[in-house]
Design a protein around this ligand. Structure first.
Ligand SMILES: Nc1ncnc2c1ncn2[C@@H]1O[C@H](COP(=O)(O)OP(=O)(O)OP(=O)(O)O)[C@@H](O)[C@H]1O
Ligand SMILES: [Mg+2]
Length: 293
């Protein structure tokens, strides 16, 4: 929503809990009209952030999910030569006009739109190393030329660009220079309570405590290869609720652990801890001073 001085301001939405520094990063990117680069552990809400920025600002969302085979040009436009060839062989369409076979990609659509859009470029680090460099100019100048028709597509309104990365590859410095960066820190228990409340309102306070104690304890275990994340916590609680399990069952055990741990080595490690008579914590103080609630 526009504030007094005309800036678009994002303040979070009822369905997405934002920390103060994340709100600042989003608003800084909007004010400077620069892409917002979001990094963070898997499952910390990078992708859904773009959806909630769009909802919060009441702008349409265009999404581009990057694959290892994605090329920068695909985001701008695709020239559908196969369709044109088919039309010329079997009749149909106006083959003489190449423009009929140019399909704008998500970046092209965001530029061509009459109203300001939110453009998500999700998991940019999945593509090859050249990918970010190939998009630099277009994202900077917010314009590009369709070579086949020599037509220019220039942004009518500069989109709010959100780029996510899982850190699989380093991004080039020239690319980083043009972005506003934010790393989503793993939520502390206080913030996590609010996030859980979005997905599971009216959760019994005792159950929530037991769930969070087990969850943060698991995350502290050094031998785990993949720590459970926010999305796994949300799923785990859903499983617990659906099973109708009583809270006392949770005090000594971690049921439905497959919702939390996704590697057999991690499951084995937990099982052998259990069979050695290892204790699962059931008070915050069991987790040490960092977790004093
Ligand atoms: N701050 C938050 N507020 C509300 N829900 C959240 C928050 N953070 C994460 N979630 C929930 O966690 C789930 C995972 O979020 P999302 O898919 O955006 O993670 P991600 O960081 O993109 O993960 P990946 O790197 O694996 O793609 C979503 O269902 C989302 O609702
Ligand atoms: Mg994601």
């Amino acid at each position: 929503m526009p504030s007094d001085n005309g800036f678009q301001r994002f303040e979070g939405t009822p369905g997405y809990i934002v920390s103060g520094p994340l709100v600042d990063a989003v608003n800084c990117a909007i004010a400077l009209e620069r892409p917002l680069l979001i990094k963070g552990e898997p499952g910390t809400g990078k992708t859904v952030l773009a959806q909630h920025i769009a909802a919060g600002l009441e702008m349409p969302l265009l999404q581009w999910h990057i694959k290892s085979t994605s090329k920068a040009i695909d985001g701008l436009y695709v020239y559908d030569t196969v369709q044109r060839l088919n039309d010329s062989r079997f009749g149909g369409g106006n083959v003489a006009d190449i423009r009929n076979y140019i399909k704008l990609g998500p970046v092209g659509k965001a530029f061509a739109a009459e109203t300001r859009q939110v453009l998500l470029i999700d998991e940019i680090d999945k593509a090859d190393l050249e990918f970010p460099n190939d998009l630099l100019r277009e994202l900077d100048e917010m314009r590009f030329t369709i070579m086949e028709t020599n037509e220019e597509v220039a942004a009518k309104q500069r989109p709010v660009v959100v780029i996510t990365s899982n850190n699989e590859k380093e991004l080039p410095d020239a690319f980083l220079r043009r972005c506003i960066f934010h790393f989503i820190e793993f939520p502390d228990p206080m913030l996590m309570r609010k996030i859980v409340a979005v997905h599971h309102p009216h959760l019994d306070a005792k159950l929530l405590d037991q769930v969070l104690i087990k969850f943060y304890w698991l995350r502290e275990q050094k031998e785990l290869r993949k720590k459970p994340s926010t999305s796994e916590l949300v799923d785990w609680i859903a499983a617990l609720l659906r099973s109708g399990l009583s809270v006392d069952k949770l005090e000594e055990h971690i049921p439905f652990v497959g919702a939390l741990l996704k590697k057999e080595q991690d499951l084995d490690a937990l099982q052998s801890y259990d069979s050695r008579g290892g204790k699962f914590p059931n008070r915050w103080s069991d987790l040490g001073p960092r977790y004093n609630q």
